[in-house]
Design a protein around this ligand. Sequence first.
Ligand code: NOJ
Length: 560
Amino acid sequence: MDDRWYSKAVIYCLDIDTFADSDGDGVGDIRGLIGRLDYLARLGVDCLWLHPIHPSPGRDDGYDVTDYYNVDPRFGTLGDFADLLHQAESRGIRVIIDLVVNHTSDEHPWFVAARSDPGSPYRDWYVWSDTEPADRFQGMVFPGEQHETWSYDRKAKGWYYHRFYKFQPDLNFGNPAVRAEIKKIMSFWLQLGVAGFRIDAAPFVIEQTVPGQPEAAKDLEFLTELREHVQWRRADAVLLAEANVEPDELPVYFGDLGGSANRLHMLFDFMLNGRLMLALARRHPEPVIEALRDTPALPRGSQWATFLRNHDEIDLSKLTAEQRDEVFAAFGPEERMRIYGRGIRRRLAPMLGNDRRRIELAYALQFSLRGTPVLRYGEEIGMGEDLSLPGRQSIRTPMQWSHQPNAGFSPADPDKLVQPVIDSGDFGYERVNVTAQRADPGSLLAWFQRMMATVREAPEIGQGSCTHVDVKLPSGVLAHRADGPTGSMLFLHNLATDDAEVDLGSLFADADHPVDVLSDRRYEPAGKLDALRLGGYGYRWIRLRRSWSPEAVQAPPALG
Ligand code: NOJ
């Protein structure tokens, strides 16, 4: 029986600084988050992924760390963090944190020592070149905001490597002392009680950088080492990594030891994300079908993490130029909505024209597909973006709790807020907020609660196989199914605007007593028909079968 917690979880990601401010300084904090745990429990969240919590000059939203063994004093203390872990655990919520060890801040004492003194033991903790490397202007991650990957440091009299911004020097993980330190950092947080890590920029962490050679070899064994280390400290801890690489490069990140994964447990499904966007833009499921078909098989114990929005841009770089243009035309028609020439800096609700039916369709699809769903804060109420803010900040505005000043996020003066709240238009906090939606059983928030409860009652979604059902269907309709020891579910999603009639034919071939468990509206019950109707942007989740095999009875009861 597969009872890995992360295969049945819904992960919710948030920035502490924009979630809830308990002390009125305008910055969200840990005590504010603790005060909202009941909200998250009611929503149905099993795991929180916290964006960087460490002290930082904040030039990349915390992804520039100056002390890995502490929390940013603006967020509270280590004691507050331990309390958060306790309070979350008592509600059945696990907490994972970002592990940002590809680079530090240039203000980290290690880098300060490294650049100040060639004899410092920290010198070799970073990646240096005495001469200007030939690949100085190659490999930039943030084109337009970043101008080089090797920068000259006058004090050090040398060039240092930084895959990201200039103020984020890369650590030299080829140095055994750095490897040991990374493990020590992980041990520290595991000991405190975190359930795992979201590994930032995994492909770059393991890059064996050589000046002048942009195509660096990768030390995948380091990932095996991290896995072993973590598992010794906490057997059920999880490593969830960001590795936005080509599909054929993905399996090695999971590793494969006699059929079981021995490196990372989970990877974000960037490929599916791009294809989902393309499918939504085209109102046609083909790109999702291709993604399901083209994805390499995973070793046992590995899992995808699906998402529609995260804290960065929607990265369309793995689509062809024509496909990217299609998505841009549909969801990012204005230049100011785009970023880095490859992405869109918007939230989902405005991208989908704030069309409730289409938002539900998109999230129903994401949550029914393979893997563990990840939901970004604010998406559950349909928050919008602020395009007047620079870069990726557009989607990092404070959580909209109520119609109170500052959206109930903070009692501070508005000009003291860490980010301005969205206070006008269709997505302003007076229209879009938790309090109003909590009182409305027909709200998007209420829908998310219902949908997430349904996912919880159907463990085969996260644990079972996910396959496209290849039968003749109206052109906008996707049929896929999830099969696992607890039973089978069939999912029909109509990505198009027209109603669709679905001939049940073979779809119900192995159905026991098919029952609808989630749909966009009331339909004729599934069990009695030869054909089903689906409205425009409609969806139906249908339980086909449940099993009562000895191993299945250990699982939560299945719906239907
Ligand atoms: C990936 C993170 O998702 C992004 O927000 C950050 O800027 C870079 N890594 C650098 O840490």
